[in-house]
Design a protein around this ligand. Structure first.
Ligand code: PMV
Length: 316
């Protein structure tokens, strides 16, 4: 039996603009993880994936080409030069909330890839994991930027520009985020399509907003690398204002973000595709409990506190 895991993620800054070639930063969330376990199956039973949280069982020999988990498993087996359906049982579990911008689909696939490599006695490099997971992201999300597969494959903060190799970087000082679910499902595919449609009506206005986002993403990286994460607070606020202009926030997200700021967060914004999903708030040791409590009291159904720090990919 072998097992592997991969973290959840949140986008720190730069969502949506990243689809148009600007940089974004995403960070792993190790408080939530996806796990894959591979055990040998009885001879002749083929390769069967049990996605327990989805309540689904997928026989690799029978699954269609549009089934993301099967697509990733097939691509990984081909990469390893293994038979198309070895007699293996794969169990997938995850504590990462689904449809909330935390990269649950990508993380489950990354855990699956890493577990298949482990079963074959190999250790994949993160770039290979990222490439293999991207195939599933295309099925889940249409035309994804690739940020989710990158951050869950590397397990480190990632500076990401579409079409360029991702840059993994290290926080000079740890910083803490409160991640709160708005209670509305995130609608990444729809909000990406909506931004595309609106941009077509006024490209210069949208390009200006995207450039403004790019500048604050650059400033955010500097703050993290130079060990002054408190500077992220105003950058979060600025980014959220621009995401409101792009039309991807909701009244509920805006209300919860105001609650977080009033409770002592140094800044807050929606995170991910918007239309619902998560918000993130920058906190410190003193403000974290108050912000968490205020968000729960205001109706956020789930709140996670995570610290982003320099850490290697932990062993499963
Ligand atoms: O909702 P999430 O975390 O999957 O993030 C979507 C980020 C976007 O920039 C809106 C889309 C993308 O593919 O990068």
């Amino acid at each position: 039996m072998v097992s592997a895991h991969a973290p959840g993620k949140v986008i720190l800054v730069g969502e949506h603009a990243v689809v148009y070639g600007r940089p974004a930063i995403a960070v792993p969330v190790w408080e939530t993880v996806a796990r894959a376990r591979v055990t040998p199956n009885a001879a002749g039973r083929g390769c069967v994936i049990h996605a327990r949280d989805l309540g689904r069982t997928i026989a690799l020999a029978e699954a269609g080409g549009d089934e993301p988990l099967a697509a990733v498993a097939r691509a990984t087996l081909a990469h390893l030069g293994l038979p198309t359906a070895p007699d293996w049982q794969i169990d997938l579990t995850s504590t990462i909330p689904m449809a909330s911008g935390m990269g649950s689909g990508a993380a489950v696939c990354a855990a699956l890839v890493r577990a298949l490599f482990a079963q074959a006695g190999e250790v994949p490099d993160p770039a290979t994991v990222s490439d293999l997971v991207y195939r599933a992201e295309q099925i889940y999300h249409g035309t994804p930027s690739g940020i989710d597969n990158t951050v869950v494959a590397y397990g480190q903060p990632v500076w990401f520009v579409r079409g360029s190799p991702p840059v993994v970087f290290t926080p000079a000082r740890p910083f803490t985020l409160v991640i709160a679910d708005s209670g509305e499902p995130g609608l990444t595919k729809q909000t990406v399509a909506a931004v595309r449609a609106r941009r077509q009506e006024n490209p210069p206005r949208y390009e200006t907003w995207f450039d403004e986002i790019a500048a604050l993403v650059q400033a955010a990286r500097a703050a993290i690398e130079q060990g002054v994460p408190a500077q992220l607070g105003p950058l979060f606020d600025h980014n959220h204002a621009l995401l409101q202009q792009l039309g991807v926030s909701t009244a509920r997200l805006d209300r919860l973000i105001a609650v977080a700021r009033r409770a002592g967060a140094a800044g807050a914004k929606l995170s991910g595709g918007g239309g619902g999903g998560n918000l993130i708030a920058l906190v410190d040791g003193v403000s974290a409990p108050a912000v968490r409590a205020a968000l729960l009291a205001a109706g956020a159904p789930r709140v996670i506190v995570t610290t982003v720090a320099a850490q290697p990919f932990p062993v499963a």
